[in-house]
Design a protein around this ligand. Structure first.
Ligand SMILES: NC(=O)c1ccc[n+]([C@@H]2O[C@H](COP(=O)([O-])OP(=O)(O)OC[C@H]3O[C@@H](n4cnc5c(N)ncnc54)[C@H](OP(=O)(O)O)[C@@H]3O)[C@@H](O)[C@H]2O)c1
Length: 312
């Protein structure tokens, strides 16, 4: 089968489109004929060697990246009765490997794919939607009438976080660059703050909770935008001044990895099918173009999700 692998850590060009043996579904697994795979920053953080260095994670090379996928059940391993051959599914692999025509996935990490969603849309959902859902409900604990500030509102996690915060009844301030203003409006944001032009001082104490999917230089301004007693949820690895957070009385609830939950994914699928929630596919490319997809993701300019389709 065709797959994308890297044989050594390096730039996007380290990704090679090549022929590899098709995996076999083990006990409790199904073999998914992958129609589309989602691209997440974690994929290039692994490919570049950054994750290995940061977390002492040692990958067995060559390595096929990718966790999010959507496709069709091709075969079921022993003890797997939940899905039938031909069922459309989406979900997350346990140990990467989604950038390929087939992937063996624990049946417990899949959900039925509603007919209203196409494969590309579905592949853009799992990891980002879980992360956003957990940030809103597990960490920020948003309740109706509260104000949430979402930094990076136009990104994979951010565009779901805006929508989940609105569904939770919160007022949402979306932080994006000017070119994403209309997109943030379309997601239901009540206010859009253009970080390239607007004055951060205006946001001081503005939010009950800040969900930060960006980190970087402006972390002090983000801490100041939380009201006293409010919550800052860093998604990723921003550097925050604990002294400043303590002075203002901000609770910092870091979110590194949202737990997988197949029932939640099924419910998210239902919300997408009903139109309560949407996924923005900013770029859909061929599997063979994985290096370009990584370069785009790494540029931090992608809108919504990037997906790779396995068929031309
Ligand atoms: N994807 C996941 O499921 C997941 C899971 C766990 C952790 N994380 C971490 O969460 C972070 C975000 O992931 P993601 O998938 O949402 O990233 P992403 O989709 O690559 O984010 C891209 C977006 O970030 C915005 N952005 C870039 N610089 C910004 C700035 N200074 N201020 C405000 N917005 C800015 C861009 O909008 P503009 O062009 O308008 O600037 C762009 O739309 C990453 O560090 C990732 O490692 C992600």
């Amino acid at each position: 089968m065709n797959a994308v692998r890297f044989h050594e850590y390096g730039p996007p060009e380290a990704l090679r489109f090549e022929q590899v043996p098709r995996p076999v579904a083990g006990a409790g697994e199904v073999l998914v004929r992958v129609r589309a795979a989602g691209v997440n920053p974690g994929d290039w953080q692994m490919r570049s060697g950054w994750a290995a260095e940061k977390f002492g994670l040692s990958l067995t090379l060559p390595f096929t990246p990718g966790y999010d996928l959507a496709g069709v059940v091709e075969a079921a391993g022993p003890g797997t009765e939940r899905y039938r051959i031909g069922d459309r599914v989406f979900g997350m692999t346990a140990t990467a490997g989604a950038y390929a025509e087939y992937a063996a996935v624990p049946a417990s990490r899949l959900a039925p794919l509603p007919v209203e969603l196409d494969d590309e849309q579905a592949a853009g959902v799992p990891m980002s939607a879980f992360t956003a859902w957990t940030a809103v409900h597990g960490q920020a604990l948003l309740s109706p009438g509260q104000t949430a500030l979402i930094n990076g509102a136009s990104g994979g996690v951010g565009h779901f976080a805006v929508q989940f915060a609105k569904l939770a009844g919160a007022r949402v301030i979306a932080v994006t660059s000017g070119r994403n203003r209309a997109f943030a409006d379309s997601l239901g944001a009540d206010e859009v703050f253009d970080y390239t032009a607007d004055d951060w001082a205006e946001l001081e104490g503005a939010a009950d909770a800040v969900i930060d999917t960006v980190g970087g230089e402006r972390t002090d301004a983000l801490v100041r935008s939380v009201r006293q007693g409010g919550t800052l949820v860093p998604v990723g690895w921003g550097q925050y001044s604990p002294a400043l957070a303590e002075t203002i009385g901000v609770r910092v609830q870091e979110l590194l990895m949202a737990p997988f939950d197949a029932d939640r994914l099924a419910r998210i699928g239902e919300r997408l099918a009903s139109g309560d929630l949407r996924v923005e596919i900013g770029a859909a490319m061929r599997l063979a173009e994985a290096a370009s997809a990584h370069a785009l993701s790494e540029s931090r300019r992608a809108r919504g999700k990037i997906v790779l389709r396995t068929e031309a």
